[in-house]
Design a protein around this ligand. Structure first.
Ligand SMILES: Cc1cc2nc3c(=O)[nH]c(=O)nc-3n(C[C@H](O)[C@H](O)[C@H](O)COP(=O)(O)OP(=O)(O)OC[C@H]3O[C@@H](n4cnc5c(N)ncnc54)[C@H](O)[C@@H]3O)c2cc1C
Length: 404
């Protein structure tokens, strides 16, 4: 054993969820000792450093969901954090455009969510769409003035440095390996950590860590690959802010969209292509045989069961490996886009999506499971970045040992 140390709180994962949970704990218990272990050499290597950087307003989520409870408040907290620490963000607004009659009822449903969740959003007609985004298509749209974009990497790196200043220990290159007993675990690098309370915020491996605690029995995280293209410099001015399609409300993905990110570039994407590795960022990169076989097996089960219309999703998304089909998805939002307007990028993210292995269904909301002294964040899907500060408050509040 290289080292054995005891902490009040141990957190697995230095993505936005682990970092904001640590920040919330420090706020409540300033003298508590906290360690964050991560298998990587620095913060935000996975989803938190590879996302679209959009601060969602919350119109997508029904009032009875946990996402609705934490998204819009989380966005506000994150904007305040950015303001306080001079991190770039821009409340640039967003249009969700309906391009066919059959999408109109979903638009009404989103507007209803907005009303119930107290989110500013208004319906605009085809003429008004053109005033906001002169090149966007659409019969009708929802305009959300409070949607923003932020420098996600800037957020996680600032959180890390503030936590370090507050005395939080970071143990890099230390993957959680297995539990030793109910209050200690070892890392693959051989360190032993004892804790009073543990938070599992391991992103795409949160299910495997939770299973070691006897939890997440009916779940598995399945990776979906998000590839982005970018508009060329000459096409860049075609988009003012953020243009999204009407989503399929049976699915947790929002569809290929156009986003003017904080650097001023316009990204087009991401896809949600079923992938064969939790970190399969390239064609073969990140593929590990045992893991891929397990994922392949689950994906074929989902295909057969066809919950959430999974077959349609799989066909549609896999087809987006072709630039032609990807362009078609973008042209639905902006018909004047042409093939030469899109350039490939190395921006790619993986969305770990929780699947109920019994039913084959995609879980749509955040899910927490607990033991008496640990909390496991199992489905930190989008908009977990936006929600993070408020979600962290909820996570700490709902942890059995820490409840009043
Ligand atoms: C392409 C894409 C676009 C997105 N767009 C948006 C958006 O615009 N707005 C938004 O709000 N959300 C968006 N999201 C979602 C958002 O990025 C995620 O919900 C959020 O980043 C999840 O944070 P996390 O901390 O749970 O996971 P992660 O950021 O993946 O962090 C998990 C950490 O755990 C570590 N880890 C894993 N296993 C172990 C182990 N065994 N031991 C130790 N450490 C381990 C990993 O190294 C990693 O650092 C997007 C996601 C993707 C992929």
């Amino acid at each position: 054993m290289i080292n054995a140390k005891t902490y009040d709180y141990a957190i697995v994962g230095s993505g936005i969820v682990g970092l904001t949970v640590a920040s919330e704990l420090k706020k409540r218990y300033p003298s508590a000792s906290i360690v964050i272990v991560d298998k990587e050499s620095h913060e935000g290597v996975h989803a938190s450093g590879r996302n679209s950087g959009v601060l969602h307003s919350g119109v997508y989520y029904g009032a009875d969901t946990l996402k609705a409870k934490v998204c819009s408040k989380g966005a506000k907290s994150l904007m305040e954090f950015a303001e306080e620490h001079s991190i770039a963000f821009n409340k640039s607004g967003k249009l969700i455009v309906a391009t066919s009659e059959k999408e109109l009822p979903t638009l009404d449903r989103l507007l209803n969510n907005a009303n119930q969740n107290n989110i500013r959003a208004q319906k605009v007609n085809a003429e008004e769409i053109k005033e906001i985004e002169p090149n966007a298509a659409g019969l009708s749209a929802i305009y959300s003035p409070d949607t923003g974009v932020i420098d996600s990497k800037g957020v996680v790196s600032k959180l890390r440095s503030l936590l370090e200043d507050d005395g939080v220990d970071f143990l890099w290159n230390n993957a959680f390996s297995h539990k030793l007993d109910d209050s200690s675990f070892v890392t693959k690098a051989g360190n032993q950590i004892s804790y009073g309370y543990l938070f599992n915020c391991a992103g795409s491996y949160a299910d495997t860590v939770a299973k070691d605690f006897g939890l997440a029995e009916k779940y598995m995280l399945i990776p979906f690959k998000g590839i982005y293209w970018k508009l060329t410099q000459s096409a860049n001015p075609l988009v003012k802010a953020n243009i999204y399609p009407v989503p399929d409300i049976e699915l947790p993905f929002l569809g290929v969209h156009l986003t003017r990110v904080i650097s001023g570039d316009v990204y087009v994407g991401p896809t949600a292509i079923p992938a064969l590795g939790r970190e399969n960022y390239g064609i073969l990169k990140g593929i590990r045989l045992g893991e891929s076989i397990q994922i392949g097996y689950r994906l074929s089960g989902m295909y057969l069961k066809n919950q959430n219309n999974f077959r349609k999703l799989a066909h549609m998304e896999l087809s987006k490996y072709s630039k032609h089909n990807f362009l078609n998805a973008a042209q639905k939002l902006m018909p004047i886009l042409k093939d030469s307007d899109l350039v490939s990028t190395n921006k790619v993210g993986i969305r770990p999506q929780l699947i109920n292995v019994e039913s084959g269904a995609l879980e749509m909301d955040y899910i927490l499971e607990h033991t008496p002294n640990s909390t496991h964040v199992l489905n930190a899907i989008s908009p977990a970045f936006t929600s993070s500060f408020e979600f962290a408050r909820f996570i700490v509040d709902s942890s059995p040992l820490l409840r009043d």
